[in-house]
Design a protein around this ligand. Structure first.
Ligand SMILES: *Cc1c(COP(=O)(O)O)cnc(C)c1O
Length: 394
C-alpha cells in the first residue's frame, strides 16, 4: 500500500488470506528472466513442481499447473467435468460458495444448492434434504475453507454423504485457502478434483492455479467447447513438463523454491504451524472482549472476528490501515463492516501475528473501545503469547 509521505515509519503489512507474504527466496527466484519455457531445464523444473504438488495433494495423478487466478482453476474443473444440463450439487456458505453456484449457472448446469447462513458450516444433516432433490448429479462442489466467513466445511463427511447416495457423483473441492493449512489427502479421502492457488498457503504472488484430478475424473471428457482450459491437452503436455501456453515462468520458479522449502520442513510441520497460530489467535479473542464469527468449524487459515458493538467495522479497517499500515480484510456484502478476517495463512510466524494483533488493539483503543475488562491494550497479545508459551520455532 502506498503510504503518505508524512508517515515514513509505517511498514505496510497485509494480513489477508491471499495474497499472503512471499518468501524472499521465492521473490528472488522469480527475478531470473533468462529462462525459456520451451527448454529441457524448464520442463524438468515444471515436472518436479508437479510431482511435489502431487504429494502435497495426495493425488493419484499429476496435478496440472495453470497460469490464472484460483477462479480459473474452479472454471477449469467446471468446464471439463460437466456438460450443459447436468445436475450438480453446490454448497453455498458465503462469497466463494456463491462462486460455485454462479459458475454452475453460467455453464448451464442444474444446481441443487445447499445455502447456509454465513458463519455456519455445512453438515451431512443439512445436506440430506438437498441430496433428496437430486436424481443423478454429475458433481458435488464445495469449499474446504469458505474464506469469506472463516469457516471450514467438514468436506470429508460431506463427500461421504454424497457418495453414499450417489457413488458416481464427482467430488470437487475448492481447497484454495485450505491446502497446507489443514491436512488433506485426495486419494484417501476420496475426492475427484481438488483446486488450490499460488497466492494462498503457498505464499507466492497470485497467478497460478493447481488442479488435481482423480483417475475417474480424468477419464471424464465433457462435450463442451474449450480452449485455454482443455484438460486433456494440458495433461498430455504437462506429463512432460510442457504447458500448452506460456506459463508464468517466474511464479513457477518461485513455486519450486517454496515446494523445496515445504519438503525440507515437512508438510506436517507446515500444517501444524497453521493450527498452532490459528488456535493462539482464537485464544486471544476473549481477552480482548471479541468473539469468533464462525459458530463452529473455524478455519486454521484465518480468524474471522466479529466487530464488537459500538465499533464501526469500516472505521476499524480504516484506522488499521491509515494509523498502522495494517491491512486486514473485512466482510463482503451482508458481512461488510461486521467482521474482520485476520489471516495466518502461508509462511507466517508468531511475531507476524503479534504485529497484527497489536495493531487491532491499538486501533480498537483509538476508536474508544475498551473491551470487557475496561482495557484492550496488551490483553489479546498477552493471551496469544500465553497460548504459545512452551512452543518455539515459528
Ligand atoms: C482466494 C480464493 C479463491 C480464488 O480467488 P482468485 O481471486 O480467483 O484467486 C477461490 N476460493 C477460495 C475459497 C478462496 O479463498
Amino acid at each position: 500500500m502506498q503510504q503518505p509521505r508524512s508517515e515514513p515509519f509505517i511498514k505496510p503489512r497485509i494480513f489477508s488470506p491471499g495474497p499472503t507474504p512471499v518468501l524472499d527466496g521465492a521473490k528472488f527466484a522469480a527475478f531470473d528472466s533468462e529462462v525459456y519455457h520451451r527448454s529441457d531445464d524448464f520442463y524438468e523444473l515444471h515436472l518436479k513442481c508437479a510431482r511435489q504438488l502431487q504429494s502435497i495433494f495426495g493425488a493419484e495423478k499429476l496435478p496440472v499447473i495453470l497460469t490464472c487466478s484460483g477462479t480459473g482453476g474452479l472454471e477449469a474443473a467446471m468446464v471439463n467435468l460437466t456438460d450443459p444440463g447436468d445436475e450438480v450439487i453446490v454448497v453455498n456458505g458465503g462469497k466463494f460458495g456463491e462462486r460455485w453456484e454462479k459458475l454452475a449457472d453460467h455453464y448451464q448446469c442444474k444446481a441443487h444448492v445447499l445455502k447456509i447462513e454465513p458463519g455456519t458450516a455445512a453438515t451431512a444433516d443439512l445436506l440430506a434434504p438437498v441430496l433428496e432433490q437430486a436424481h443423478s448429479p454429475k458433481a458435488f462442489f464445495v469449499q474446504a475453507n469458505e474464506t469469506s466467513t472463516g469457516v471450514r466445511h467438514p468436506v470429508r463427511d460431506l463427500a461421504n454423504a454424497v457418495k453414499a447416495k450417489f457413488p458416481d457423483c464427482l467430488i470437487v473441492i475448492d481447497a484454495i485457502s485450505y491446502l497446507i493449512a489443514h491436512p488433506l489427502d485426495m486419494a484417501t479421502e476420496g475426492y475427484d478434483c481438488v483446486i488450490s492457488a499460488s497466492q494462498k498457503g503457498f505464499g507466492l504472488n497470485p497467478g497460478l492455479a493447481f488442479v488435481a484430478m482423480s483417475q475417474r475424473a480424468s477419464a471424464v471428457q465433457s462435450t463442451r467447447p474449450k480452449f485455454y482450459f482443455d484438460w486433456a491437452r494440458e495433461v498430455a503436455g504437462q506429463s512432460k513438463g510442457r504447458s500448452a501456453w506460456t506459463p508464468a515462468i517466474g511464479l513457477i520458479q518461485g513455486l519450486s523454491f517454496v515446494l523445496d522449502r515445504i519438503e525440507s520442513v515437512g508438510l506436517e510441520a507446515v500444517i501444524e504451524n497453521h493450527q498452532r497460530l490459528a488456535n493462539a489467535v482464537r485464544a486471544a479473542l476473549p481477552a480482548m472482549g471479541l468473539k469468533l464469527f464462525p459458530r463452529s468449524h473455524p478455519s486454521n487459515a484465518l480468524t474471522a472476528i466479529k466487530v464488537p458493538d459500538g465499533v464501526d467495522g469500516l472505521q476499524l479497517q480504516q484506522r488499521l490501515q491509515e494509523g498502522y499500515g495494517v491491512t486486514i480484510p473485512g466482510g463482503q456484502d451482508e458481512l461488510k463492516g461486521r467482521i474482520i478476517r485476520l489471516s495466518n495463512l502461508g509462511f507466517m510466524n508468531r511475531f507476524d501475528l503479534l504485529h497484527g494483533l497489536a495493531a487491532v488493539e491499538f486501533s480498537l483503543n483509538d476508536l474508544g473501545y475498551s473491551g470487557s475488562s475496561g482495557a484492550v491494550l496488551g490483553r489479546g497479545v498477552q493471551a496469544f503469547m500465553q497460548a504459545l508459551s512452551g512452543t518455539s520455532g515459528s
